[in-house]
Design a binder for this molecule. Structure first.
Ligand SMILES: Cc1ncc(COP(=O)(O)O)c(C=O)c1O
Length: 314
């Protein structure tokens, strides 16, 4: 946003914390002239394993009422809310794994990513409010100028540039897996169960989860804080080099302090248990005192209680 010369007011927070609703509320209440045009929120912060509640953010902004007004043949829209700001959400690592309600939360634009829960999706779903705002915005646009896409869609040619047809077929296949084979509710429940098992393993190792409060616990990635005498990158290095296990690094403020265990997308119980066993080996190698099998057993206790039978094999 800054690179595109937008005037950005960043609400900074500690690694491990989600959206600060009080500060957001104060800033919007202070903005009587409605200078602020959009609130940008990350639904699931992948670098720390923190999920923010977008429904609560929407409550702070107020509910929009879309009021079409006709002047002859031209339709314009007026909006009534506590603040008429657009709600733009980064759902890159949440959509398709964590409960996300575009319509109910009146999200104006959501971006998601091909490489995360949905696998292979093109980004960009937007509300009428966002389309209307884009008609008057003076910001620079390029490849993802909606105007071009909407024009082509209406004319039946669908794509203003060469479409990535393979990605679209891939998207169809991954959406079928999520929506038809497993079912979205089951996918969301699987992510919750794997996350809880992972957190229990972290506790059994005597380590802590980066997300500071349970309300921010991510179900798709768990950030694990190591003790100050240990560099988390050493754990990641040995896991990769010796056990062929790819853990995530801590980014920004938590670099060297956190490693991340991903449980996002097409991951099942036994894959997770293998990963947790690998983490135990890597921790042992770097000199962290862990009882081998302790985290795996803690995770197994959760998984044996919570894992349902596979629907297609009942
Ligand atoms: C929450 C979140 N937002 C944005 C991005 C950036 O996505 P991309 O790498 O596709 O630009 C990532 C990538 O990991 C992410 O996790």
């Amino acid at each position: 946003m800054k690179r595109l010369n937008f005037d950005v007011d960043v609400i900074d927070c500690e690694g491990g914390e989600g959206v600060d609703l009080d500060i957001l509320r104060q800033k919007l209440e202070a903005d009587q002239a409605h200078v602020v045009k959009a609130v940008c929120v990350v639904h699931n912060e992948t670098s720390t394993g923190v999920t923010s509640d977008i429904g609560e953010v929407r409550q702070v902004l107020g509910i929009d009422l879309l009021l079409p007004t006709r002047h002859h043949q031209i339709v314009t829209y007026q909006y009534e809310a506590r603040h008429p700001v657009l709600l733009l959400v980064d759902g890159v690592s949440s959509v398709g794994a964590i409960d996300f309600r575009m319509d109910e939360w009146k999200v104006d634009v959501d971006l998601t990513g091909s490489q995360k829960a949905l696998s292979l999706s093109p980004p960009g779903l937007e509300s009428p409010k966002a389309i209307e705002a884009s008609k008057h915005a003076k910001s620079t646009r390029g490849y993802f100028d909606w105007g071009e896409y909407i024009k082509c869609y209406k004319s039946g040619s669908y794509w203003p540039y060469t479409p990535s047809v393979q990605l679209l077929y891939g998207l169809r296949a991954s959406l079928d897996l999520i929506l038809k084979v497993e079912g979205l509710e089951n996918v969301i429940a699987r992510h919750s169960r794997l996350a809880e098992a992972t957190r229990q393993a972290v506790i059994a190792w005597g380590l802590t989860v980066c997300a500071k409060e349970p309300k921010w616990h991510s179900t798709v990635v768990t950030g694990v804080v190591v003790p100050p005498w240990l560099n988390s990158n050493d754990v990641i290095k040995v896991a990769w080099k010796k056990y062929n296990l790819s853990l995530g690094i801590g980014l920004g403020k938590v670099a060297g302090k956190v490693f991340r265990i991903g449980h996002l997308g097409y991951v099942d119980e036994l894959q997770l248990l293998g990963a947790l066993a690998g983490v135990e080996l890597a921790l042992t190698d770097v000199g962290y005192p862990v009882t081998l099998g302790s985290g795996v057993a803690a995770a197994q206790a959760i998984l044996s209680r919570q894992t349902p039978s596979i629907a297609s094999r009942l």
